[in-house]
Design a protein around this ligand. Structure first.
Ligand SMILES: Cc1ncc(COP(=O)(O)O)c(C=O)c1O
Length: 455
């Protein structure tokens, strides 16, 4: 197929795209990192196997949605800190709030007053929640939700939405993946899965294991919207069968709506979990929920007590200050509306490029505008990691790191336009690779999924 002309959004941005970049420091550091750190990174999703070989190895600094690698190359980023940084890197008001608090001390022998202020701030935003416990990681709070639900119901099984990618680093979830070495089989047997939007499948689980399912956990929405009545049906089923409904709002929180996806869809769970965007990159996560359940973690009740989230760093003061300031900015500057608006614009620009490069059915942008991801398909229309790699490779060549198209409050119109230019160039190569074979264009190995049993 002939190359198409550049689209109308072509800008003379003057930006360094498709320049020959020096990555020598990155490459040296990568070799060292693999000697010192299993997998070369402390988070699998950031690892070298997730990115094409021309990707920068290490980021030295960021500002807004721009990052500079250790060799001084600049890129626009999407996804930013695995979706934790929704306002922007080094976002000044957040840094100032955290620094001001840090100067008063990070952690004391008794609780800090800011713990109560942060609790009030978060609970004001989440309609159905009466109480909160803070922690550092999302995994810790989803795990705490499972323990609490088991204690509250006196049951042992957990039902998770099996086609959603991640809930926790702990055994109850990792045991359901292909990467379950080190997890005893009897632990794996305690977690059941059901597909999203399949109420009958969940109902069948309740029938198969009567009075045994303690909790049902899912993201209210991931890449596809709930069918009408699905979320309401899940809640009714849980209530009829005596299970606790948990919405994992690690991604949807601070994106779908100020009150989370539960507010957006008007279905309030019994417990829910937040993290990621809450501190604009400062480590903070939260379990929130009904006091009738949550209070088992305290002592003002007659039931057996539950060890519910108690960690040395859980209430680190500057992370709480960052969260309070993040929530203030979200409320006052309508951040969620901006994320939807910019995501919508970006989708339009990308769809224009898809049409102009005749890539319908091969490259698709899916999800809500505040959380866009892309799907890559090969000549046979099968999902393709090789074409994902090729697309990311070409985006990087044009100055954009795009494992997704998840925007932040710092993605300006100019950033979107620069991204659209890169997308158009990457799509041209994608089209050529469909026509002439990908091997001519792919410069290294393909990316791989994290959850694989062997290399
Ligand atoms: C939906 C969801 N739940 C839970 C987690 C775990 O959060 P953390 O990495 O902070 O432990 C993640 C992390 O990616 C997530 O995406």
């Amino acid at each position: 197929m002939e190359h198409v002309q550049r689209p109308s959004f072509d800008l003379t941005s003057g930006h360094a795209s498709n320049v020959k970049r020096d990555f020598s420091r990155s490459r040296t550091l990568q070799r060292k990192a693999h000697r010192l750190i299993p997998g070369g990174a402390h988070t699998y999703a950031k690892g070298d196997d997730q990115y094409p070989e021309n990707a920068p190895g290490f980021v030295a600094r960021g500002h807004g949605c721009h990052v500079w690698d250790v060799d001084g190359n600049e890129f626009i980023e999407y996804g930013m800190g695995l979706r934790a940084v929704t306002l922007g890197h080094a976002y000044k008001p957040i840094l100032e709030a955290a620094y001001k608090q840090m100067q008063l001390g990070a952690n004391f022998t008794r609780p800090a007053n800011i713990e109560v202020e942060a609790a009030e701030n978060l609970l004001e935003m989440i309609d159905g929640a009466d109480m909160v416990k803070f922690a550092k990681n999302g995994s810790d709070v989803t795990t705490a939700a499972m323990r609490l639900a088991r204690a509250y119901t006196g049951r042992d099984l957990i039902a998770i939405c099996g086609d959603q990618p991640f809930f926790s680093t702990d055994d109850w979830f990792i045991g359901t993946t292909d990467m379950r070495a080190g997890i005893p089989p009897h632990i794996c047997e305690l977690t059941m899965t059901f597909p999203y939007n399949d109420l009958n499948a969940l109902s069948r689980l309740f029938d198969m294991y009567p009075s045994r399912i303690a909790a049902v956990i899912l993201e209210a929405e991931a890449c596809s919207p709930p069918k009408p009545g699905f979320l309401e049906g899940v809640k009714s089923l849980c209530e009829e069968r005596g299970a606790i409904l948990v919405f994992d709002e690690m991604i949807t929180g601070f994106r779908w709506h100020l009150g989370g996806a539960q507010k957006y869809h008007s279905v309030l769970p019994h417990l829910s979990t937040f993290g990621k965007a809450m501190g604009n990159g400062f480590a903070l996560a939260a379990l929130v929920g009904k006091s009738e359940i949550m209070r088992l973690g305290g002592w003002e009740h007659d039931r057996e007590r539950v060890f519910l989230l108690s960690t040395t760093h859980g209430a680190e003061t500057h992370a709480l200050a960052a969260a309070i300031e993040t929530m203030r900015i979200y409320r006052e500057q309508h951040v969620v509306d901006f994320l939807w608006q910019q995501g919508g614009r970006l989708r339009q620009l990308i769809n224009q490029s898809i049409a102009e490069n005749h890539l319908e059915g091969f490259f698709e942008v899916i999800g809500r505008p505040c959380n866009l991801v892309f799907v890559t398909r090969d000549q046979s229309h099968n999902r393709s990691q090789a074409f994902r790699t090729l697309f990311m490779q070409e985006m990087i060549r044009h100055g954009v790191i795009a494992p997704s198209f998840v925007v932040s409050f710092s993605h300006s119109d100019a950033d979107l336009e620069r991204t659209a230019e890169a997308v158009f160039e990457a799509h041209k190569v994608y089209r050529d690779a469909l026509d002439n074979g990908i091997d001519k264009y792919l410069e290294g190995r393909s990316v791989k999924c994290v959850f694989r049993r062997y290399n």
